[in-house]
Design a protein around this ligand. Structure first.
Ligand SMILES: Nc1ncnc2c1ncn2[C@@H]1O[C@H](COP(=O)(O)OP(=O)(O)O)[C@@H](O)[C@H]1O
Ligand SMILES: [Mg+2]
Length: 257
């Protein structure tokens, strides 16, 4: 994306003066940021900086106390997560949110079902040829889990669970993927494969916001990096310039960057 000479993509996400305050405590303040369609924004910052809160505000899990959010030029500042999902916003959580007692396939299918009309048949035994089942299998194929489709989700390895979470977003046809530490708890041997998968989803045209502690992963995948510190957006820019930024260096003093 960043090296492409093609005309710039429109913004998919526009964040202006976003703030979140609870009980007099300012958790996030005055965050202004634009994310172009098809780009991958890495989000870094020390623990407690407000990264997860930011994703919660974008997905609609939390509503901001100030500022404005637009997805594809629709004002979603006060919109529900369901309304945002219809615009293509999909998120994964820092801790896994799978239905552990259901099969891998059923997890993906329930997600696809939302898109093919949220009717009461979600729990009916699926036919292999219904659109939601096909979309679910497609998503599992993309992330490399088709061969374990009938396994119970709870029995998957951490790495596989992370892949299933991505499949769930794909099955829902998310085009703005909000990933909160997608490598958390994953065996280091699985990190390269998971990064390659995220890179592929990005290169297929999806827009990604990814909170991630593994700096090598962020620098390798991101077009741009946003650095949060103490509830503020400290810096945003291309990876090289952000890493060289003095304010960023000092926010990370004593921590590996
Ligand atoms: N709903 C909430 N109520 C009170 N405090 C919160 C709430 N959500 C987050 N916080 C606090 O806000 C700060 C930012 O949290 P978080 O967004 O989880 O940071 P990060 O993901 O960067 O580690 C932390 O100090 C956390 O304890
Ligand atoms: Mg967090």
């Amino acid at each position: 994306m960043s090296s492409s000479p093609a005309k710039p993509q429109p913004d998919l996400l526009t964040v202006s003066g976003l703030g979140f305050r609870v009980g007099g405590v300012e958790i996030l303040r005055d965050v202004t940021l634009r994310v172009r369609e098809g780009s991958l924004l890495g989000i870094i910052g020390p623990n407690g900086a407000g990264k997860t809160t930011f994703l919660n505000l974008v997905s609609g899990v939390l509503l901001p106390t100030s500022g404005r959010l637009e997805v594809d030029h629709h004002d979603v500042t006060k919109a529900s997560p369901a309304t945002r999902a219809k615009l293509g916003v999909g998120r994964s959580f820092q801790t896994s949110s799978l239905f552990n007692a259901l099969s891998v396939f059923e997890n993906a299918r329930l997600s696809a079902q939302v898109r093919f009309g949220g009717n009461s048949r979600a729990w009916q035994r699926p036919r292999a040829s219904d659109p939601a089942s096909l979309a679910a299998m497609d998503a599992l194929e993309t992330v490399g889990l088709r061969t374990v489709a009938t396994s119970i989700a709870g029995t998957l390895s951490h790495g596989e669970k992370r892949k299933l979470e991505l499949a769930i977003l794909l099955a829902a046809e998310a085009r703005l993927l909000l990933l909160d530490e997608p490598m958390a708890g994953v065996n280091s041997d699985d990190v390269p494969q998971l990064s390659a998968l995220i890179a592929r989803l990005h290169h297929e045209g999806r827009t990604v916001l990814m909170v991630e502690h593994h700096m090598s992963v962020v620098v390798g995948l991101a077009d741009r990096i946003a650095v949060f510190d103490s509830g503020r957006l400290l810096a945003v820019g291309e990876p090289d310039e952000v890493i060289a930024n003095e304010a960023v260096q000092s926010a990370y003093l004593g921590q590996p960057l």
